[in-house]
Design a protein around this ligand. Structure first.
Ligand code: ZN
Ligand code: ZN
Length: 409
């Protein structure tokens, strides 16, 4: 089969893997990177199908552009479908507010809704001249790896995590000949999750004891729920605000994709959801607020910070990657935040925690070994060489395709 990265080869984000086999063309993911303005992948040719791995914008964000042009079917889990649609409509809203040129309109998203074909985990279909089977990718609920069985077997991981998280079980390796695998954390290891959770809870305790509020900016999809599950097991009083509330509701409607729907439902009941300005005021006097956006580029988090920006007792606990150029990165580098167009000095202390949903360096190597492929294609990483070298030493053939380059598997 012929493979070409339309984006997401030597970079984290805007993934699009174009596959041509048996006279048919399909994409595995087609996303945008939410930079300022957003960066788009290369234009896709006419094709028949999209296999969507999961509901993050850098994987699903450009699919409506395809729906508006081509007659396609979009395969994914039901949960991925519902959350992707939510994010697509939201990205139009954000684009309008920021005045970005839009790659598609609401009509295109509605067309995408009708293009979806839901798949359960373990289900197989015939497409592209392969038997294609879905497997859980860990990462976030509903995230899928695709196994393509033909003359050879290929596994496309999308984003994956092999270790268990509170919200979802880790991914299991799949034996294959060719492995197309993400490498976001090439050269970087995660701290032990339990120790990191402990460090996080001790910091919250410190902030609460000195009379402050712990503001936890958090991505709506996956991270918010992971943090709710952590807070559920703590003694702290916590509030949840932003789009994460809707995502939690959708997760609970699809319990089969969760590690424990019962615990998540309980975490939702035990915390408080902010549903009105009155509750928002109460939340800003609370102990912990989990809210979007994760990189402080909008969302209710900025409202809370407007109120608490001079409070030295409060703290901002960052729990996700802060991309270059984001407001969160500015905060890390300079202690300043853009709040409604004004650059403000922020008094609360800033602390960074690693609750990543991606496999770390060693976990990727272990996963590759267990899949035991002949060839490994590293993608979705800006430091791929750091993984290529140890993998080559272990005897694997490693490919590092650049965006736009076509190669054969
Ligand atoms: Zn990604
Ligand atoms: Zn992802």
């Amino acid at each position: 089969m012929k493979v070409q990265f339309l984006g997401g080869g030597q970079e984290v984000g805007r993934l699009g893997i174009l596959v041509e086999n048996d006279g048919a063309k399909a994409l595995f993911d087609y996303g945008i990177t939410a930079t300022d303005p957003p960066s788009l992948p290369m234009e896709a040719p006419a094709l028949d199908a999209v296999f969507l791995t999961h509901s993050h914008l850098d994987h699903c964000g450009m699919i409506p552009w395809l729906s508006a042009r081509y007659d396609i079917r979009v395969f994914s889990t039901e949960l991925t479908k519902e959350i992707s649609i939510l994010l697509m409509f939201d990205s139009i809203k954000v684009g309008e507010a920021e005045g970005y040129p839009q790659p598609y309109d609401k009509g295109a998203v509605r067309k995408t809704m009708s293009d979806f074909v839901p798949l359960a985990f373990g289900e197989s279909i015939d497409a592209l001249g392969f038997e294609i089977t879905t497997h859980s990718a860990g990462h976030i609920p509903g995230a899928t790896m695709y196994e393509l069985k033909g003359r050879r077997t290929t596994l496309v991981t999308g984003d994956f995590h092999s270790l268990n998280q509170r919200v979802v079980w880790g991914a299991h390796p799949v034996k294959c000949d060719d492995l197309i695998i993400e490498s976001t954390y090439a050269g970087r290891e995660h701290p032990d999750r339990l120790k990191e959770e402990y460090r996080f809870l001790r910091k919250v305790e410190e902030v609460v004891e000195r009379g402050g509020t712990a503001i936890v900016p958090s991505f709506a999809v996956g991270r918010t729920q992971e943090l709710m599950l952590l807070m559920r097991d703590s003694e702290f009083d916590y509030w949840v605000d932003g789009m994460g509330k809707t995502v939690t509701k959708l997760y609970l409607e699809h319990p089969e994709f969760l590690r424990s729907a019962k615990k998540l439902a309980n975490a939702r009941r035990k915390g408080h959801e902010v549903r009105s300005p009155r509750l928002r005021a109460a939340a800003s006097d609370g102990e912990v607020i989990i809210t979007t956006s994760g990189m402080l580029d909008g969302g209710p988090v900025l409202g809370y910070l407007e109120k608490l920006k001079n409070d030295e007792n409060s703290a901002i606990l960052l729990t996700g990657y802060q991309v270059e150029g984001s407001n969160g990165r500015r905060l890390m580098d300079s202690g300043m935040l853009d709040i409604q167009g004004q650059l403000e000095k922020i008094a609360p202390e800033v602390e960074i925690f690693d609750f990543s949903a991606h496999a770390g360096h060693s976990e990727v190597i272990e996963f590759v070994k267990s899949c035991s492929p002949e060839r490994v294609v590293l993608m979705h990483g800006d430091n791929r060489e750091l993984l290529a070298e140890p993998l080559r030493k272990l005897g694997f053939e490693v490919l590092l395709p650049m965006n736009g380059e076509t190669f054969e598997l």
